[in-house]
Ligand binder design. Structure first.
Ligand code: FEO
Length: 393
């Protein structure tokens, strides 16, 4: 039994089975589905877990309350990693009432084709549990339309849904001060960039809505409980949702036989020689886009390059640029390069991506290579790397 505040317990679970979150994003170190239990005159669960983990979940709940029933389940976010256990919860607790806003309830009905005892809440509504009072803040599109946050005004605990969450299972420790959080920061950026990254404006609105509240702990649905680092994670979300980034450079490329890769190496060398210290390089076919997106959120400079393939852009680069465009990022500096064997398309296609979807500021001259690497191409690549460096140092 893990107590996190007065009459408040952690009853979540770890998932070290799943390979890909949402079928898309790698989970090398698993993920936690966090759920919290407030035991007062009324017993209230805040968020639930994925259905596969129900056995552990109910055991955690019963460890705290024994045979006492659960009166409420607050659904801050109904994505099935948090609401999947609902049908089974109702079998244990037939009287449980689901607390959600109009969109939450609509989604629940659609996903689970069922009717529940329901408490429909609006922005600013409160629910009395006894000593604890829950206040609800609707924070739509962080990152689904129904997302909301719940503040327990008795303990200053903010239940934030996915916001401030991260990939990675919890290895025994739950509260940030109990664990070495060094592994968390990159996984939080990866989670944000992969899952929430498109929704910078709604995240900003949510942060403004919560700005005046007294918050002592932040309980996300994934990852540690934030107490010591609560201000840090709020600052991280503020920065990421403004698409602000550090001065550094992501170079990512596709390559079939290593020729295009040599262009990337020359660009990186020039950028480094001109003083850029933070340079990360990825072969876009080898490193999952999840990690590349993370670093594009971290760094202001981006140089991409790929071969021509089927009279178009190398597929993996095309997919990556689509993922970047979907996130509607701002404030990035973009350079690019490409190659071809008999008919050049890649460079033009990357240019089209930027004109039509990315709208990043162009830095340097795009470099196009026909067939093999040459001294002429090397000099052009040095020029591109140097031009980018001049904007980053
Ligand atoms: Fe953790 Fe958006 O579900």
């Amino acid at each position: 039994m893990i107590q996190i505040a007065e009459n408040t317990y952690y009853v979540g679970v770890n998932d070290r089975h799943k390979a890909l979150f949402e079928g898309l994003w790698p989970l090398p170190n698993g993920v936690s589905y966090n759920s919290y239990l407030i035991v007062d005159e009324k017993v209230c669960l805040v968020d639930a877990v994925e259905i596969d983990f129900f056995a552990q979940f109910i055991e955690h709940i019963r460890e705290v309350i024994g045979d006492r029933p659960v009166d409420y389940l607050v659904v801050n976010h109904m994505e099935p990693d948090h609401s999947g256990a609902l049908a089974l919860l109702r079998k244990y607790y037939p009287g449980i009432q689901v607390v959600g806003n109009a969109k939450t309830l609509d989604l629940l009905h659609g996903f689970y084709s069922d009717k529940y005892g329901e408490v429909k809440v609006k922005d600013g509504d409160a629910l009395e549990l006894g000593r604890h009072t829950l206040r609800f803040f609707l924070t739509p599109m962080v990152h689904w339309p129904e997302t909301m946050m719940t503040l327990d005004t008795a303990t200053g605990t903010l239940y934030s849904g996915d916001a401030f969450g991260c990939f990675g299972a919890l290895n025994g420790g739950l509260i940030d001060s109990e664990i070495n959080c060094e592994w968390v920061w990159l996984e939080m950026v990866r989670y944000y960039s992969n899952i929430v990254g498109k929704y910078g404006t709604p995240v900003q609105s949510a942060l403004k809505k919560l700005a005046g509240e007294t918050i002592t702990s932040i309980c996300s649905t994934h990852g540690p409980v934030w107490r010591e680092y609560a201000a840090k994670v709020v600052g991280m979300y503020d920065k990421m949702s403004r698409y602000d980034a550090d001065n550094g450079l992501v170079i990512c490329y596709g390559t079939m036989y290593g020729n295009t890769e040599r262009m990337a190496e020359a660009i990186a060398r020039a950028a480094s020689a001109a003083g850029v210290k933070n340079i990360v390089m990825y072969n876009v076919s080898k490193t999952h886009h999840s990690y590349i997106l993370r670093d594009i959120f971290r760094y202001r400079g981006l140089i991409v390059g790929a071969p021509t393939y089927n009279a178009g852009l190398y597929h993996e680069m095309d997919v990556l640029l689509g993922e970047v465009a979907e996130r509607q990022m701002k404030g990035r500096l973009l350079g690019w390069f490409g190659s071809y064997s008999w008919a050049g398309k890649a460079v033009a296609k990357i240019g089209e991506w930027n004109d039509k979807r990315l709208h990043f500021e162009v830095v340097g001259e795009p470099v196009e290579m026909k067939q093999g690497f040459s001294e002429t191409v090397r000099k052009q690549c040095y020029g591109l790397g140097h031009a980018m460096a001049m904007r980053l140092v």
